[in-house]
Design a protein around this ligand. Structure first.
Ligand SMILES: Cc1ncc(COP(=O)(O)O)c(C=O)c1O
Length: 392
């Protein structure tokens, strides 16, 4: 079987692959603590599930909906935007699709011509680069480090800019670092994007998951000009523990949204109808359960951060949002005689029974990602195993 080049050159999602590996070992009976997962460990809140059940009982879910989503869902998204972003949007600026991941793919397919460049700060979420390539664009990476708390600066962006630069991709709070851009940083980046007419793609999927004294500022909320320059991608997966429902949405320029809707009409047709009803409740209904889950993540972070920072050879900045820790393990690798972080991650899995994600998939050769979207007992046990592993 000769497969298409676009598939043979594509990388499999490392997060999904390491999750699958951990699960396979567990199924074999091995004692594995799985900290690879990019999803909350809670059940979807009851009120949301009930709305979905009600929609089924009321015969509302048997048929297709408009490709870009039910008008009622768009209105719920508009309510959400007013509440959490502080501005009004109309239905023609909104689209819902099968997860934020597919929204991103539809965006790249809609705006990129072959060779158009997308600036992506490193470390980056695993899927961005491959999606850009699928859409025949070119990812241009801007390397960040602990020095700037893993945030890209305007001078770095300017150094990466060419006449082919079309999009700047912003992910704040970031997967995998958990860092959140400040107001000032966003204003500086926004000025740069406006000056050079570079589109901003703002992946705000972790925007509601910020902790301690940190706040999430959406770049699209900073001025009318930035709102027009930006497409927001967001979804219900992380905030409402709804990864399985696959609901993502986009808010942006009506022409862009119409282009993306056309793409949806020829690919998925529409986001699963019952999931749309659940999302209406999530986005526009009672937010108590979402806040309870956020608090649980905050407590976990505050408990395990000092424990992880005390593991020999692990150097980690305290994250501000999302649900990942992203330690630099260069020293730990030296102590254990490893040069490749993927080999090191595999050794931890084999010898300590702790499943983590190699930083290589995020473009970082000396880091690994630990998800704290699991219960405190498991997290504490995992870090204690890391301690023993490093001491042995
Ligand atoms: C940064 C980032 N963007 C987008 C997504 C995709 O979210 P969804 O589950 O809605 O497709 C994820 C999920 O892991 C993510 O981490």
């Amino acid at each position: 079987m000769v497969l298409a080049n676009r598939i043979t050159t594509m990388q499999e999602s490392v997060t999904l692959a390491s999750g699958a590996r951990a699960k396979a070992l567990k199924d074999e009976g091995r004692d594995i603590l799985n900290l690879t997962l990019g999803q909350p460990d809670f059940q979807t809140p009851q009120l949301i599930k009930e709305k979905a059940i009600e929609a089924i009982a009321n015969d509302q879910v048997s048929f297709y909906t408009p490709a870009s989503g039910l008008p009622e869902l768009k209105d719920a998204i508009a309510t959400y935007m007013k509440t959490f972003y502080g501005y009004e949007v109309t239905r023609d600026q909104i689209l819902a699709a099968t997860g934020a991941k597919f929204v991103l793919y539809a965006y790249f397919m809609t705006v990129l011509n072959p060779g158009d460049e997308v600036i992506i700060p490193t470390p980056y979420w695993v899927s961005y680069a491959d999606q850009v390539k699928l859409a025949e664009g070119t990812p241009v990476f801007v390397e960040t480090s602990e020095e700037t708390r893993f945030k890209a600066t305007v001078s770095q962006l300017e150094a990466a800019r060419t006449e082919k630069t079309k999009v700047f991709l912003l992910n704040s709070p970031s997967n995998p670092t958990g860092m959140v851009y400040t107001n000032e940083e966003l204003l500086a980046i926004g000025d740069w994007a406006l000056e050079h007419d570079i589109l901003i793609l703002s992946d705000d999927i972790y925007g509601r998951l910020v902790y301690n004294d940190n706040t999430f500022v959406p770049i699209s909320s900073l001025s009318e000009a930035l709102r027009q320059q930006t497409m927001v991608v967001n979804g219900v997966a992380k905030t409402y523990s709804m990864t399985g429902w696959r609901v993502g949405f986009a808010v942006g320029d009506p022409e862009l949204i119409a282009g993306m809707s056309k793409m949806l009409s020829q690919t998925t047709s529409n986001l699963t109808t019952v999931a749309q009803y659940a999302a209406i409740e999530a986005l526009a209904g009672d937010q108590t359960a979402a806040e309870e889950m956020r608090r649980a993540f905050e407590e976990r972070l505050n408990t395990i951060y000092p424990l992880l920072a005390a593991v020999p050879g692990f150097e980690v900045i305290k994250p501000e949002g999302a649900f990942y820790l992203f330690p630099n393990v260069k020293k730990a690798m030296e102590m254990k005689g490893f040069e490749d972080v993927t080999d090191f991650t595999n050794d931890i899995l084999e010898k300590a029974g702790v499943a983590l994600v190699t930083g290589a998939g995020f473009g970082m050769p000396y880091s690994l990602r630990m998800s704290y979207a699991t219960d405190l007992e498991t997290l504490k046990a995992a870090i204690s195993r890391l301690q023993d592993y490093m001491a042995s």
